[in-house]
Write a protein of this length. Structure first.
Length: 255
């Protein structure tokens, strides 16, 4: 008698042949991980996912990494739609803006990649010259600034702003380094005299967009295109959960 794993593989193979996506998420037969972190579709380590979303696993530290502008950045959190990375290379205040050049104000696309700087980021800019006239219209719900200064030895002088409300080019202009806070989608409403109080997590959020106009979404998922119409992502419809991709987990009915 064949072992259970062989029976399972044969069953999945037959399902993929007889019932192709979006009915059966064939990628279930192929799953990769780095330490305790599962790598979801469309990301790839060696054999699963798409080659244009290749990640690296540091075997010594079990740290997942993404390569941008010829540098490896630690991945702090990962979903099928986004990455949260540590934007710092070494100590806080060390020049790092040059590593995050982007193409155009409309998309904030990182060159030679399929990643886009999300507008759900709040930036704190350091080492800004005298020509900078920015203030600070945000403050984390917790004392994140003091935490950065104490733990990462960040400079005490900084500028900051929400990418949703400011030009990224303007925020980065005349400064050499930054750190970022990914914003919770639910922004707390407080008076402007107190500043904008937000729920945040340290890290730079990068959006993931599948290149091409041909939709790769599963049944019961919406295909969402970027503003340029040349890339897309997938999102399960209300009442369904999953990653939304035909070659990923697809979308299963809740309950």
């Amino acid at each position: 008698m064949l072992p259970f794993s062989v029976h399972t593989s044969v069953f999945l193979l037959l399902c993929c042949i007889l019932l192709p996506p979006p009915w059966i998420p064939c990628v279930l037969a192929c799953q990769e991980s780095c330490g305790n972190t599962l790598v979801p579709y469309p990301f790839r380590l060696s054999k699963c996912g798409r080659k244009d979303f290749l990640l690296h696993c540091n075997e010594e530290t079990s740290q997942l990494q993404v390569r941008l502008n010829r540098l490896n950045f630690s991945v702090m959190f990962i979903t099928s739609q986004a990455l949260l990375i540590d934007p710092m290379q070494g100590a806080c205040g060390k020049p790092n803006i040059k590593y995050f050049s982007f193409i155009g104000e409309s998309s904030y696309a990182i060159p030679e990649s399929n990643y886009f700087i999300s507008r759900n980021n709040a930036l704190m800019m350091y080492n800004c010259n005298e020509n900078s006239s920015c203030g600070c219209d945000i403050r984390p719900e917790f004392d994140g600034v003091a935490e950065l200064e104490n733990y990462f030895d960040c400079p005490s002088q900084y500028c900051c702003g929400l990418i949703k409300e400011h030009s990224l080019l303007r925020l980065m202009k005349n400064c050499t380094s930054f750190v970022s806070w990914a914003i919770n989608s639910d922004i707390m409403d407080v008076s402007h005299s107190q500043g904008l109080k937000i729920q945040v997590q340290y890290g730079l959020e990068l959006e993931v967009w599948i290149p091409g106009r041909s939709c790769t979404c599963a049944r019961n998922a919406d295909c969402l295109y970027n503003d340029q119409g040349n890339a897309h992502t997938c999102r399960c419809k209300d009442g369904f959960s999953g990653d939304g991709f035909a070659m990923g987990l697809g979308c299963d009915a809740n309950g």
